[in-house]
Design a protein around this ligand. Sequence first.
Ligand code: SAM
Length: 284
Amino acid sequence: MKLIHPQETVRIIQENEFHFQKRFGQNFLIDENILKKIIDCSHITNEDFVLEIGPGIGTLTESLCNAASFVSCVEIDSKLIPILQNTLKDYSNVEIIQHDFLKLNIREFINNRSSGRPVKVVANLPYYITTPIIMSLLESKVKLTSVTIMVQQEVAQRICALPGSKDYGSLSLFIQYYTSPKIIASVPPTCFIPRPAVSSSILYLDFLTNPPVDVKNPDKLFSIIRASFSQRRKTLANALSANLRIPKNDILTTLQGLSLQKEIRGEDLSLYEFAVISDRLPDF
Ligand code: SAM
């Protein structure tokens, strides 16, 4: 079955009297080139355990099953479960689970299933929960090899942004601490049924074996990053003293020690500079 063909997707939807749920961000992929790009860039081999979030009617899942050792897919919409059981019936290496991904214990879920195989996550994500899903994967501290996801174009740009750009922020820094992110392709609304209001991008997150910077206390670093961007127009010194109650003098001395201007803002600092600042500031 080639679910990626628009007429096949429409047939399945009509035969099953399925109604798209806007609240679940249901935009099903119908473009074969984009599907190929997702599969190619995720470099899945027959040794991999793949977690798919939000399989829909199983369009991506089919290709993942052909490439991987095993695929676990987690779908929130109970109406899609019988459809998936049918579209994926020829595959013995897939497990279909009805659950809200954000309510799973991700660590337990993956570790119970991966049996030591490399773990890759692939998903065409519902836009309304893109950031919580990425953050929950990172915060689960599960050893992942890569995450290949379809996200809103604007989110992909924020994730890949570098210091000094308007898109640069705490999301860029968190993700760049754990992964090397790359935009693989931009995807217009015409590649989906129904068409979303915005353009999308395929984003590939290559997980780093070691963080790109050495920092004594990563939690402290993340608190500093979050506080720095909580009010973008504030200087770093004002943002940190207001949000974390760090004495302003300590911040100014630290900046001076790094030859950074006292008016500098978070958006101008690299991950490396944030790490040094975190190590030099007193604990709070
Ligand atoms: N993978 C399919 C495709 O590419 O055609 C469907 C992608 S669609 C953008 C997002 C899918 O995620 C939908 O099937 C939706 O029901 C599901 N979904 C939404 N919220 C979810 C959640 N919290 N947990 C698991 N699945 C969710």
